[in-house]
Structure formats: structure tokens, C-alpha cells
Design a binder for this molecule. Structure first.
Ligand SMILES: Cc1ncc(COP(=O)(O)O)c(C=O)c1O
Length: 451
């Protein structure tokens, strides 16, 4: 791993007359507030970022849940550089290049048994659109084209494209956009603080929330339902851990009615829960899995849908000269992303990172739950190397208290993330115990300072 001292800091990138900040319309950001007091990152290595002034910041969120092997890992950097010099781009339609096949095989090797087919995209959002279309088309090629209904879940996050926000259940991400795709319904969410607040790991209560799927089956008739999509651990809504038995029950109901189960593993994939995928950790195999982020350690945009062999095989039944699935992206299996993905999976394997969360989750749980009783804290949730600390909202100002904690932590050299009034932590899987203690101590001190 690079040592910080190996990294000369570039010239300042702070805003100036020569470097105005007007043109960049920033995503999911309070643009006007940010541009008045920008937070600009300039360098990264291992567990740390450095800001434009050379200040070191401990990364408590793996960038954005994606840099699972830590930043700027030499093997990944070298692979991208070498591939850029060798072949910049190759068309993915009716053409191929060897790294795409190698990476698909490498992903299939760590996927749950029977999930051996990999379709590449460029992001989590595109993986979700791809999986939803795959589910609809799968039923159609099998003569069940009446299965057109898609079921998501309240508080779910499945990216920002139209399919994803339609099955998603985060109100702020939906309300500005009017009509969404038709024929979608939602399961109730699994958050139940009255029974489950401060659960360590999976909450004991709430397997029965999965029975809500039976209600929707009764309402719509199960023969109209193509697929159910859920995040095994809901991340963006504020870290909701699945109640014990909940995912198993969803699987049973899907099987009973011939409905496909899609796990959106965009944040839970690649070691976050102590196994390569949450499907393996929770012992429930879905039909389709969406991934992105940790697939390339965040270094080059890439996503994928991992499908059960039987789903793929159902498409392979027409004349061989015909395209089986009319879907794909110009940058599907981009050579740079494939090079980054292969080097990432090698790094995970070399360093045992896909199971490392098992060793650290005890300390993570102990540290996080030590925040019980700290000012404003109304719940702590944890699993693997994921943590959520929910704060009481300040009356009339939802989200503001948590955001102030985020700013305080950043000022004190720790990057966390907040969503609503929940602080989320998802550090790189190379994290050491002292880093976990530092992150939690910094949050604790910030909680003592915010009003
Ligand atoms: C569960 C889940 N699905 C989909 C996405 C969207 O991924 P992207 O931002 O790469 O489009 C995210 C992003 O955080 C996510 O957490």
C-alpha cells in the first residue's frame, strides 16, 4: 500500500477566481451551501484521504461504500494504467475482449452456487434497470408474459433511474419526478424501533414483515408479479438490518408463487457483511443480484447483474443467430473497468478481505453500541462492517443535526456519511481496530458538541 509520505500533494485545488465552481451542478448535494464552504479531496491512499490543504482524513465510508480494499491500491492502479496503454476501448456488442470473460468467470467463482452468469453495466443504477428488464423478459421468454408487476419496498434505494426510483421507496428521490413506471407496488419497510432499537446484529422481531408480500399477491394475483427487489441490508435509507428470518420468508413466498427474488447488493457485495455477498451471509440465494461499487474498488465505474444459470439458460432457446436479450451499454465490460475489476478481486483474495469483516464485526458492534446513551442517539444498528447511528431529529429541521455531526467529524479528520438523521459508517475492509476506535470517538465527540 502507498504510504502517505510517498504522495506529494498537488497544488491547491481550493476555489479561486482562476478555478470557479459555478459550472459543476453537483449530484445529491446542497450546491449553494457547498460552494460557500467547499470540501475538496485531493489525494487518497489506504484508509485515508487528504484534502486540498494536505489535511489527513480517515475514511469511515469507503468513499461511498465502494473502496473496499482501501484507496489507490498499487495492483489496481497498475492494472488500469497498463490496460489504458494496451487497448482503450472495445465494442461489447457482437465483439469481445479477453478480460471481460476473465472477470465474469472471477465474479461467478465467488457468487452463490448456481449464480454463474454475469451481465456487465456501468453503475448500480444501471444494474437495477438491467435486472428489472431481465426479470420481465425472463417470464416472457418462458411464456409468462403476463408477469409484468414489480414489487419494491418502502425506504428502499435502487439508484436513480426510472425503474430504480419506481421500485425504490425513498420519498425525496421520487416526489419531484411525477409519473414513474406503472405496475409497481411496495412491501412495507422493516424498521421497527419500538421492538428492535439497539439490536446488536440482526433484530429479533420482524420476519413477519415479509408476509406483506402475501398481501400484495392477494391484491394483484401472484401470476401478474414478475419480481421482488430488496436490499439485503438497506443502506441509503439509514442502515436497516434484515430481521432474523425475514429474507428466508421472502424467498419462500417468492418460490411459492413463481416470483423472482432480486437482491440489490450494490453496497452489501464484495465483503461488507463478512462473505463475498450478503446472500451467502444470510443463507438466502436470490435469482438475480445487482452489484457495482466494490466490483472495481470504486476505481473505474462498473456494475453487473449476476444471474442464476437457469435464468440465463431460459433465454438461450431461439435460433442461434438471433440476439437473445436486447439490452446492453456502450461501456458494458469496458476494458479499463475489467482490468480494475480483476486486480480488485485479486487484491481481495490476496488479503482475505471478503471475509475480514468477520474478524472485526465484534469490535465494530462493541464500539458502535458504546454510543448508546450519547447525546441525541435513539438507535444503533450494525452488521459486519456496516454501522448506523440514528439521532433524534431537531424539531422542524430533519436531517440538520446529523449533517452538523458530519461537518464536525470532517473538521476533525474523519469522513462519515449521513442520510436523514442517521449517521452511516462503512469503512474500507482493510480497517484496523485503532481506526474503528478513532471513528467512533470522533462521532462521540461531535455528538457532544452539536445542539
Ligand atoms: C442498494 C443500491 N442500489 C443502487 C445504487 C445505485 O448505484 P449507482 O450510484 O452506482 O448508480 C446504490 C448506490 O448507493 C445502492 O446503495
Amino acid at each position: 500500500m502507498n504510504k502517505p509520505s510517498d504522495l506529494p500533494l498537488s497544488a491547491t485545488v481550493a476555489p479561486s477566481a482562476a478555478r470557479p465552481m459555478d459550472a459543476f451542478w453537483m449530484p445529491f448535494t446542497a450546491n449553494r451551501q457547498f460552494k460557500k464552504a467547499p470540501r475538496l479531496l485531493a489525494k487518497a491512499s489506504g484508509m485515508h484521504y487528504w484534502d486540498a490543504d494536505g489535511r489527513e482524513i480517515l475514511d469511515g465510508v469507503a468513499g461511498l461504500w465502494c473502496v473496499n480494499a482501501g484507496h489507490n491500491r498499487p495492483k489496481i492502479v497498475a492494472a488500469i494504467q497498463a490496460q489504458a496503454a494496451e487497448m482503450d476501448y472495445a465494442p461489447p456488442f457482437q465483439m469481445g475482449h479477453p478480460l471481460a470473460f476473465e472477470l465474469a468467470e472471477a465474479v461467478a467463482r465467488i457468487a452463490p452456487a448456481g449464480m454463474g452468469k454475469v451481465f456487465f453495466t456501468n453503475s448500480g443504477s444501471e444494474s437495477v434497470e438491467t435486472a428489472l428488464k431481465m426479470a420481465l423478459a425472463y417470464h416472457r421468454v418462458r411464456g409468462e408474459g403476463q408477469r409484468t408487476r414489480l414489487i419494491g419496498r418502502e425506504r428502499g434505494y435502487h439508484g436513480v433511474n426510472f425503474g430504480g426510483i419506481s421500485v425504490g421507496g425513498i420519498v425525496a428521490n421520487r416526489k419531484m419526478f411525477g409519473a414513474m413506471i406503472a405496475g409497481v407496488d411496495h412491501l412495507r419497510h422493516t424498521h421497527d424501533p419500538a421492538r428492535n432499537a439497539f439490536s446488536v446484529g440482526q433484530p429479533a422481531h420482524g420476519a413477519d414483515f415479509a408476509d406483506d408480500l402475501e398481501r400484495l399477491c392477494a391484491l394483484h394475483d401472484p401470476s401478474t408479479i414478475a419480481a421482488v427487489i430488496v436490499e439485503p441490508i438497506a443502506g441509503s435509507t439509514g442502515v436497516l438490518i434484515p430481521p432474523q428470518g425475514y429474507l428466508q420468508r421472502l424467498r419462500e413466498i417468492c418460490d411459492k408463487h413463481g416470483i423472482l427474488l432480486i437482491f440489490d447488493e450494490v453496497i452489501t457485495g464484495f465483503g461488507r457483511t463478512g462473505q463475498p455477498f450478503a446472500a451467502q451471509t444470510f443463507g438466502v440465494t436470490p435469482d438475480l443480484m445487482t452489484v457495482a461499487k466494490g466490483l472495481t474498488n470504486g476505481a473505474v465505474p462498473m456494475g453487473a447483474v449476476i444471474a442464476r444459470d437457469a435464468i440465463h439458460d431460459a433465454f438461450m432457446n431461439g435460433p442461434e443467430h438471433l440476439i437473445e436479450f436486447f439490452h446492453g451499454y456502450t461501456y458494458s465490460a469496458h476494458p479499463l473497468a475489467c482490468a480494475a475489476g480483476l486486480a480488485t478481486l485479486e487484491t481481495y483474495a490476496d488479503e482475505g478481505l471478503l471475509t475480514r469483516a468477520q474478524q472485526l464485526q465484534g469490535l465494530m458492534a462493541e464500539q458502535l453500541h458504546g454510543l448508546r446513551g450519547a447525546p441525541h442517539v435513539i438507535d444503533v444498528r450494525n452488521f459486519g462492517l456496516v454501522g448506523g447511528v440514528e439521532l433524534a431529529p431537531r424539531p422542524g429541521e430533519p436531517g440538520k443535526r446529523a449533517f452538523e455531526v458530519f461537518l464536525d467529524c470532517y473538521a476533525n479528520g474523519v469522513l462519515i456519511r449521513t442520510t436523514g438523521d442517521t449517521i452511516a459508517m462503512s469503512p474500507p475492509l482493510i480497517i484496523e481496530p485503532a481506526h474503528i476506535e478513532r471513528i467512533v470517538a470522533t462521532v462521540r465527540a461531535a455528538l457532544g458538541r452539536v445542539a
